[in-house]
Design a protein around this ligand. Structure first.
Ligand code: DC
Length: 222
């Protein structure tokens, strides 16, 4: 087995519309990192299972369907895209139907287990493509996927401000309901893990949030 030289790993967790994606993309650009949006992975799986008519309440059918899903990765710019059966996700993963169902599928341990190894495997993808490391965003990255990441950030923002951000993106999203489900599930709930750096972005611009994070990263790198 070939060993993977240590790459920079940055975990960014937070609730829906807390600013994870925008900050992760800028940090990826700035520090030459692979950008990994794990929410898009849960969305793609949800879309595929809905397409197959597999409900989250039918555990036997769901477990069987999961064994049939073959995961590979394709890069889009510097972002890792989950391919299922060789197919990329389409725009519907950001639509209302997936918004309404994704937290129910994400609460199922078998779904999380299926993604665990795949997510950790993104370190090897980053290495193969010559990145300095990766920035991975989600709900359980600092707590479960990479608890020993070099930096673990947790983004907070007032729910009203977050709803406004989604509305500005033209999206209908039940942010509060998704956060409630994601925080209260038994399997890898949304939590700010001990030792993570918490940032409240309610009154900060995107640039200010990025500068806070980048300053910490640069300080340690130098
Ligand atoms: O980041 P997002 O809003 O696109 O994520 C969609 C859903 O996926 C979110 O409501 C919960 C789930 N998710 C998760 O359970 N764990 C992750 N690491 C990322 C997302």
């Amino acid at each position: 087995m070939t060993s993977i030289p240590s790459l920079l790993i940055i975990a960014i967790d937070g609730g829906a519309a807390s600013g994870k994606s925008s900050t992760s993309k800028i940090l990826a650009e700035r520090f030459n990192l692979l950008h990994v949006d794990t929410g898009s992975f849960y969305r793609h799986i949800t879309h595929e299972l809905l397409r197959r008519g597999v409900l989250p309440t039918n555990l036997a059918a769901l477990t069987l369907a999961l064994t049939e899903l073959n995961f590979t990765t394709q890069l889009q710019g510097r972002s890792a895209q989950l391919m299922i059966g060789g197919q990329p996700a389409d725009h519907e993963i950001r639509g209302q139907n997936v918004n309404e169902h994704v937290s129910h599928y994400a609460a199922i341990p078998a779904v999380r287990q299926k993604l665990l190894g795949y997510q950790r495997g993104q370190v090897a993808v980053a290495q193969q493509h010559g990145f300095r490391g990766l920035v991975m965003e989600g709900r359980d990255i600092g707590s479960v996927i990479f608890p020993a990441a070099d930096y673990r950030f947790f983004l907070h923002a007032d729910p009203i401000e977050r709803a406004k951000r989604r509305a500005r993106e033209g999206q209908l999203d039940s942010i509060a309901e998704r956060d409630r489900l994601d925080s209260s599930r038994k399997a890898s709930p949304l939590v700010s893990p001990t030792g993570a750096i918490a940032i409240d972005s309610t009154f900060l611009t995107l640039e200010q949030v990025v500068e806070k994070m980048a300053a910490m990263i640069e300080k340690k790198l130098s």
